[in-house]
Design a protein around this ligand. Structure first.
Ligand SMILES: [Zn+2]
Length: 168
């Protein structure tokens, strides 16, 4: 009887999985509106002008209905390597802009699913057109403007809450 070598199908499957994970596929996945739920607030994604995704270093995709949900989620899961972030292009349903491409307009006239009032655009021109349609004003931001340095944020929060919470 021939001795089988030690590579069982399970081992091979595992090796394949590891290899796949190692590929670092960080492409956004299309949002299935009406079916996918927000990883943060658990609401179903319905508005195709809005949405965002985080893709972890291991390639896990998290979908969000609004930018504030993504930011809240990221804040809670800040440990480990930074995930890739994508936002839905407001003018092109279900197309994504990477976080460094997207230009964001925050405007009171924007009715976003969770009230962040953020919309993402591919260019300044498109953003300005939208701003005009909304009657002007509003704020233009880039992705780094949304992410405050974690240390500064912690100290700000600590002045009010940590003394009560932390009892070593
Ligand atoms: Zn949400």
């Amino acid at each position: 009887m021939k001795r089988s070598r030690k590579f069982s199908p399970a081992t091979l499957a595992l090796a394949a999985l590891v290899a796949l994970a190692g590929c670092g596929d960080t492409q956004p996945k299309a949002i299935n509106y009406g079916r996918d739920e927000c990883a943060e607030c658990k609401m179903t994604l319905v508005n195709q002008r809005y949405g965002a995704e985080l893709i972890s270093a291991k390639g896990k995709v998290f979908k969000f209905d609004d930018l504030n949900c993504l930011l809240a989620f990221e804040k809670k899961n800040a440990a480990g390597p930074a995930p890739q972030a994508y936002v839905v292009d407001c003018n092109r349903p279900n197309q994504f802009l990477s976080s460094d491409q997207a230009i964001l307009l925050q405007h009171d006239g924007l009715r976003t699913p969770m009230g962040s009032r953020f919309a993402a655009f591919a260019s300044e021109t498109e953003l300005e057109t939208a701003r005009t349609q909304l009657g002007g004003a509003g704020k233009t931001l880039r992705w780094p403007d949304l992410l405050r340095p974690p240390s500064a944020e912690k100290t700000a929060a600590c002045t009010t809450c940590c003394s009560a919470e932390k009892k070593p």
